[in-house]
Design a protein around this ligand. Structure first.
Ligand SMILES: [Zn+2]
Length: 307
């Protein structure tokens, strides 16, 4: 295999949603990335792991149990996570593992804020007061500062479920960029009739958990299709989860990373993808925001309004 001369960039985003994902999944991913020689952007849930509450809620939804069986979600998340925040106290996520968090940055990756309480945000955002939205973002930002000694440069809304209140707070934080939505390319969100200065770098590709039981039955088929999608998209961003690709699907992710290299696809932190986009000299497009659906994902996600 000859080394490709010019790499095709793929934004690599890693979401950390649970205590076990931080404790067990992140070290597995760091090892895999070091072996493959790739870097990514880790979005850390900082505060309490209330996954159990949400899992109990979704258990009541029609059709969920079938999907859970197909994807092996019960095996993936484990009994302790299901009980976290329900029968047992919620355990903290990144706050409980500052050493692992610092290892992310020490190994050359980018770290950003995913959430204070991921499940509370994901399940309740439209019903949260403006004060609580600010408090959720502010607590996460402070926890990040306590661990890393500097403020975060990027945020990513849990489950791509953002809103304009959060975008305005992020603007005030003077981030380099945020990744709060799904979409096709970096852009500037328009709020109250004017474009913000904080770019969005959206996740463009489906996730493994969306694909399994929906578009794909085999993880390798999903990752093979992601190679094709990454090769053909202008500014592709793939999201992996510490709980999945750092857990039972770790071998499938390694398989993907090996083939990405063979095909000249270079996974990079999202800040590098944005920097490459900016060197094109063409101004970022501007879009108002709306909510829409993506195949395989329950509920709606934040996205730029289609022109
Ligand atoms: Zn998440």
């Amino acid at each position: 295999m000859t080394a490709p001369t010019s790499a095709k960039l793929l934004g690599l985003r890693i979401d950390v949603d649970t205590h076990d994902g931080m404790k067990n999944g992140v070290p597995v991913l760091l090892d895999a990335f070091r072996e493959a020689g790739v870097k990514g952007t880790f979005y850390l849930s900082m505060g309490p792991d209330n996954s159990g509450k949400a899992i109990l809620n979704v258990l009541r939804r029609p059709g969920f149990l079938g999907k859970m069986r197909r994807t092996g979600a019960a095996r993936v998340y484990g009994l302790r996570t299901v009980l976290s925040g329900t029968l047992l106290p919620a355990r903290m996520i990144a706050v409980a593992f500052p050493g692992i968090a610092r290892r992310i940055v020490a190994e050359g990756h980018e770290a950003g804020v995913h959430a204070w309480d991921h499940r509370r945000w994901q399940d309740k955002l439209p019903r949260l007061s403006e004060n609580e939205v600010a408090a959720q973002l502010g607590r996460a930002r402070q926890a990040f500062l306590d661990i890393f000694g500097e403020t975060p440069r990027t945020f990513a809304a849990p489950a791509w479920f953002g809103d304009e209140r959060a975008l305005k707070i992020e603007e005030w934080y003077e981030l380099g960029y945020a990744s709060d939505c799904r979409g096709t390319e970096p852009f500037l969100p328009i709020v109250d009739g004017a474009a913000l200065s904080t770019p969005q770098v959206p996740a463009t590709l489906p996730t493994l958990d969306e694909a399994l039981g929906d578009t794909h039955t085999e993880p390798r088929d999903f990752f093979a299709s992601m190679l094709d999608a990454a090769a053909s998209a202008a500014w592709p961003v793939l999201t992996v989860h510490a709980e999945l690709e750092g857990g039972p699907y770790a071998a499938d992710l390694r398989w993907f990373l090996e083939r990405a290299r063979e095909r000249g696809i270079e996974p990079v932190p999202l800040r590098e993808l944005l920097a490459a986009r900016r060197t094109s000299g063409v101004p970022l497009p501007e879009h108002t925001m709306e909510y829409g659906t993506v195949p395989g994902r329950h509920g709606t996600v934040f996205m730029p309004r289609k022109i």
